[in-house]
Design a protein around this ligand. Structure first.
Ligand code: FES
Ligand SMILES: [Fe+2]
Length: 456
């Protein structure tokens, strides 16, 4: 076995306690609850989430590279709600409900852009990028008493950490930094603010949003649903639970699954990964066990070569592995040095058995032909990765494959089949094993919020 890597359960990559990679101890009180499956399909549970969960949590609303200049804005839709996230003249970011105070029309109907002010399409009232009311069309036809509070766009709390923009609808929620259960530096070290969205796909899936989350929160299903990953990915992940429902699984990449008996022969996909990292697989004289470490060494050197100082803040493991990080409640980000893969599981406004799987692929462009987008991004060939142009969102209706690669295609089918099963009278509730601790942690936090909301 290559030094520092052993695939045993429970998986522990052996990082020192002071490292962001350190295995977190498993909570003793994690329990063995088997919740009712109705949470996956009932309208009652959906309403409880609308009442007690969604308004109280910090939601990932966008990324700072999408709104670089004053006047740049992006929309964020979340169920019934829609928000305008806008860069201000002083460089700060504000967020508003995308609702006109006059008659409730959506003020902004395009998903992203740049404006001097927002003009409501219904009767032409104008609002500054700071949300303040600028002009009321034919104001003399209104009694001044009606408008004396100068109604502007309703602001919503907004905060930024490491290039990620969050909003919160609840005035009483804790500040963003307190809410984020991850240690300081965890997000910031990747410098997401210097990456760009190079692809954005929003597809509609026929399942509850939590059925979607559950399928992406464990690697227990890999050998069964995605057996093709075994040549290059370990399916025992290091599972780490953080406060406030946050969690992580470190998926070791560049290694064969412990299920593969042949530990010597280098897998074709390992060869491909070596090429991406600047190693010639034909002259490589190590075994399959040595590949992950070799890639880490090569990437470390390339970080220096290309002046990527932030690589210095990443562990060797971070250079190869996916730190699939759960941002409670509805986001997982696959975090890699070259870029990040953001998955948002957006609830459908009215149907508990549909959700939107919203993906942003972000890449830090390096102007050198030897530094390319990694294969895991699965980007179509003609995509511009320089960041010069922010791509339009590709909207994919239910029933159409989102073209995000073979693994995601397998997940689309899987998640729909699970949804059909969990609403059966024959299903008594999920029996989560230790490899599914992140699911247990996530659902418990949902339950905690609902219980505390009901009490208050
Ligand atoms: S609803 Fe916006 S101006 Fe009338
Ligand atoms: Fe999967």
């Amino acid at each position: 076995m290559a030094e520092g890597f052993r695939a045993e359960w429970p998986m522990d990559l052996g990082a020192p306690k002071t490292s962001l990679e350190a295995k977190q101890s498993r909570p003793k009180d994690i329990g063995l609850d088997v919740p009712s499956p109705s949470r996956y399909y009932s309208r009652e549970f959906m309403e409880l989430e609308w009442k007690h969960v969604w308004p109280r949590v910090w939601l990932l609303a966008g990324v700072t590279p999408d709104i670089k200049e004053p006047g740049d804005f992006t929309l964020f839709s979340h169920g019934h709600e829609e928000f305008i996230i806008a860069r201000q003249q002083d460089g700060s970011i504000k967020a508003f409900y995308n609702v006109c105070p006059h008659r409730g029309n959506r003020v902004c109907l395009v998903e992203q852009g740049s404006v001097a002010n927002f003009s409501c399409p219904f009767h032409g009232w104008k609002f500054g990028c700071d949300g303040k009311l600028e002009t009321v069309t034919e104001e003399k036809t209104f009694d001044p008493a009606l408008l004396k509070h100068r109604p502007g766009l309703t602001e919503v709390r907004c905060g930024v950490i490491g290039g990620l923009i969050f909003i919160n609808m609840d005035g009483k929620a804790p500040p963003l930094r307190e809410w984020i259960g991850l240690p300081p530096g965890y997000i910031e070290n990747y410098e997401i603010e210097n990456m760009n969205v190079v692809r954005h796909v929003r597809s509609e899936w026929m399942a509850n949003w939590k059925t979607g989350i559950d399928a992406f929160y464990e690697t227990y299903h890999l050998p069964h649903i995605h057996p093709q990953t075994q040549g290059v990915m370990e399916d025992y992940s290091q599972i780490d639970l953080y406060p406030n429902g946050f969690s992580r699984m470190i998926v070791p990449i560049g290694v064969k699954s412990h299920r593969i008996a042949d530990r010597a022969t280098v897998d074709p996909y390992q060869k491909f990964m070596m090429m991406e990292a600047g190693i010639d697989p034909e002259t490589f004289d190590g075994s399959a066990e040595d590949v992950r470490t070799a890639i880490q060494k090569s990437k470390r050197a390339r970080g220096k070569q290309f002046g990527l100082d932030y690589y210095d803040r990443l562990t060797d493991g971070q250079l190869t592995d996916s730190w699939a990080t759960g941002y409670f409640p509805n986001v997982q980000i696959g975090m890699h040095p070259e870029g990040v893969f953001i998955m948002r599981f957006q609830p459908h406004p009215t149907d508990p058995e549909r959700f939107y799987y919203d993906n942003m692929t972000m890449f830090r462009f390096v102007d050198d032909p030897g530094y390319t987008t990694p294969g895991w991004m699965g980007l179509p060939k003609d995509i511009d990765v320089t960041g010069a142009v922010r791509p339009e969102i590709e909207h994919v209706p239910a029933g159409i494959r989102p073209n995000l690669g073979e693994v995601l295609d397998q997940d689309v089918e899987l998640v729909a089949a699970v949804q059909r099963g969990v609403r059966s009278r024959g299903f008594r509730g999920p029996l989560w094993g230790e490899q599914e601790d992140r699911l247990r942690h996530f659902h418990r936090e949902i339950d905690r919020l609902i219980a505390s909301g009901r009490k208050s």
